[in-house]
Design a protein around this ligand. Sequence first.
Ligand code: ZN
Length: 249
Amino acid sequence: MLKTEGIVLSEIRFKETSKILNIYTKKYGKIPVMARGAYKPKSKLIATTQPFSYNEYILHKGRNFYYLNQGVVIDPFYNIRENIKRFAYGFYILELIEKSIPEEEENERLFLLLEKSLRILSNIDEEFLKFIVAFELKYISFLGYRPYIDSCVICNNNHNLNMKFSNSEGGIICSNCFSIDPGGKSIDMLTIKVMKKLLFTPLDSLNSLETPVNILMKLHNILEEYILYNIDRKEFNSLNLLKSITDDI
Ligand SMILES: [Zn+2]
C-alpha cells in the first residue's frame, strides 16, 4: 500500500464503469492509475477521480497500473471547471505537465508549482494571459530549461539592441551570432524585460506587474515554441480550445 498526494491530469473510460487516470503525485511523479468502478453512480471514487482535483490517495501497485483503493479530497478546484476560461487555461496546464514528464519520475518542486497554479487559477477572473506566461516560464525552468536572457547566450554581449530568441541555444542571441540559429525569433528589449519580471515574480504576486497584452502575446508565442522544442512535441491540443474562446492566444 502506498500513500501520496496527487492531482488528476486526465481520465479515459475503461470498459463500462472504470477509469484509467494519469495522476501527478507528489511522491512518485506521474503514474497511470486504474480506478475500478469510478463511473458507477454511487462510487466512492467519483470526487477523487475528476481532472484538476487534488487528493490524498491510497494505492497499490499492479503489473501495468497502480490501483486506486481510497481517496480523500484535499481541494476539488471546482472553480476551475465552472468558468470556461479558467477551464481552458487549466486544461493547458494539465496537458503541459502530462506531455512533458516521463512516468514515475518524482519532481516535488513541479508538483508544488502545479498545485499552486491551480489554486491561483481557481480565483482568477481576468489577466489570464499574464498568469499563463508566468506559469510557462516557471514550468520550463523547473524542467531544467530556464531561458538565458541576461545577455547573448553565445558571446555574452549585452550592448546589442538587435536580439533574437533561440530555441536551440535556450535564450537570446545577438546579431553577431544570428548565424548559429537562423530560426531565431526577433525579440525587443522591452519584451526581454517583461520576460525577466515574469520569470522572477511569484505567481501570487503578479497583480503588481503592468504588462501590455501585445507583449504577453509575443511571449506566449515564443514560449509555446520553446516548450514544444524542449519536450519534443508538435502541438498542444488544449491550445485549440483556448484559441476558440479567446483572441489573446
Ligand atoms: Zn552574440
